[in-house]
Each structure stands twice: as C-alpha cells, then as structure tokens.
Design a binder for this molecule. Sequence first.
Ligand code: TXA
Ligand code: MG
Length: 356
Amino acid sequence: MRSMKTKVKKIDKMQLNSEVSRSIVEEAGDILKSGGLVAFPTETVYGLGADALNKDAAHKIYAAKGRPSDNPLIVHIARIEDLKRVVRIIPKEAYIIADKYWPGPLTMIFEKAEQVPYETTGGLETVAVRMPGDEAARKIIEAGGGFIAAPSANTSGRPSPTKAKHVIEDLSGSIDMIIDGGDTAIGVESTILDMTVIPPMILRPGAVTKEMLEGLLGDIAVDRTMVSADSGTAPKAPGMKYRHYAPKAELSIVEGPTELVADAINSMASSRISQGFRVGIIGTEETKGKYRAGIVKCIGTREDEMTIAGHLYTILREFDEENVEYIYSESFSTGGIGSAVMNRLLKAAGYHVIEV
Ligand code: TXA
Ligand code: MG
C-alpha cells in the first residue's frame, strides 16, 4: 500500500520563526486540516498526526500503521485551555499536574467530550490527551487545527521512531509528509496517567515518574500488568497488551552483579556464535570493554539513565537491520526514567529474564 508520494522536510528547531520553518509548519497544518497524515517530532518519539476530530482522518492512521482498531490514539493539544474542548470533566488534580508537567512527556486520560469520535478513542468513552513539550510539535498541532491524534509513527509492532530515518523506513509511501526535526530528546513514549480513577493510575511509565506525580498529589496507583507478564489480566491501556517493541531477534535480559552478568553474557554469546548464530549485546559505557564476542552496542552510561532511554529504540532497530538472531542485554536500574526503559525492554524480551 506504499503508493503515495511522501514529502520529507527538515525543520530547524532553533529557527522556528524563520520563513522556511513557518512555511513548513503551514504546509503540514494544511495537510492535517484537509484530513491528511503528517509525521512530526515530539520530545518523546515521532508521532503520526491526523485531525483528531475528523473520523476519516483518524481512521487513516490505523491503516497506515497496520494498527488494531481497538487501540486508542492520544489527542495532542498546543494550549492547556483546549483541554476542555475534548474532555467532559476535568478533575482539579488534573490542573495541578498540567500546571507542572504540561507541556511535557505526560498523557492524561479523561471522559471524552461528545465531539471526539470513537475512531480516535478506539471505541472508548475516555480520551487520552497530551500537550507535548517540543515547540515544533505544538506549532504543527496549532496549524493543523489544535487537536491532533498522534500515535508513535512506527508500523505496528516495530520500535517507536526516535529519528526521522526510522519514520521513513516504516511509513514512506503511506503518508503525506514527514517532518524531520532530528533526534527526539527523550526516546521513550510519554507517561500515561488515568485521571478517571481515584487515585490516578499510571498505565505506562515514562519520563514523568511515579515519584514526581506523588510529590504533587500523594497516592498514585500503578497498573499491575505494567511491571510483570501477568497474562491473566488485560492491561488498562489497550496498546500495552500488544507485543510492542519486538525485535526480530530473541532478546534476553541478564540480571545480577555486573561482573557475573558480563561473564554470563560472554559465555551465552560465544556458545550461540559457535552454533553459527549472529549475536548482539547491549552493554553500557561502564561495561562495553568486558565483552569479547558478538556485535556489542553501548546504550549509554549508568551515570545518566536518560542516555539509555535515548538509545534503546535505535539499538533495537539496528539489530534488526543487522539480522541478529540472539540479543543479550544488561538490566538497568528502575529509578527515574529507568522504570520506563525496563518496561519497554521487558516487553521487547517477552519478559525473558536470566538471573545470574
Ligand atoms: O509519547 C507519546 O505518547 C507518543 C508521542 C507521539 O506523543 N505517542 C504514543 O502514542 O506513544 P501510541 O498510540 O503509540 O501509544 C498510546 C498508548 C496506547 O498504549 C493506547 O492504548 C493508550 O495510549 N491509550 C490511548 N487512549 C487511551 C484510553 N482512552 N484509555 C487507555 N489507554 C489509552
Ligand atoms: Mg506506539
């Protein structure tokens, strides 16, 4: 179905007021307003945008991504005052959170207003809303009419895109336009917080952490299915039930004291290599020198977990391209953004963890 001509335009985030940038934003806005699809950068991952209030436009997103139609989309806004146009009731806690974390990597779920079509909410009575921190994203949202449905701009089942190149790989020929704003700053998707329950519940971990939200509101619940392979219960965010972020290779996470982890990975890797398989290893700045075989990739430094979040999806995509058959990854701390990293890594591994 890749038969369309997809325009790719680079935007300079330091020069958003230049004439060139303004004309790119205007062109993207015109495409969105006429029901087309535009991929654009946000601070988390690239999004695939369509007019959230136009059911035919929202519908096109599912076709382009190959996304199951019961998986709801996030409505992106550019101004806090627009929230009330897409949701029915705004609990006062939502304003407290929005004051502090919007614009930013946080999505909140509310009861939907009538004008939000079921095509956007995957048939649900609730709607997810986010005001992204990326200024280029907000300008595009505004130019497109103010309410833009945007899932991650990958084809369903692939890692979310953190570079325009990833979007081009997955969606070129299937959408109208791709805006290249360089690498995304964070690299994992937004935190999702359900505001329709008391206390509010995290359905997907992201850069805005449980601790940060508790600092504002006190008690915050966490969807249990988020942290383990609890196959008996369905996750509350429909999208979390799919085997997302799945690399082609079989991925194992190896957990334990650093020295033992490196030894265990070395021995598993060399045994697979001697059987004739291609092996990839995910290490860190601190440990990469310990690995002796396979394709070793450094995901970042343990001193700054943001670097790890930033490289996760790129590395998974690179291993796919390199036709790696087994990947061994170290495990990461679950403090701060680490819980989002481990959530994505565990899903990619099908919860396969080796303790040493
Ligand atoms: O960082 C992000 O949130 C990125 C950027 C582009 O903004 N977007 C993103 O969208 O990750 P997507 O569609 O890939 O993930 C949205 C998740 C899915 O797991 C979906 O099931 C969940 O949000 N979701 C959306 N609306 C929901 C609702 N009303 N109730 C529960 N979960 C919802
Ligand atoms: Mg996604």
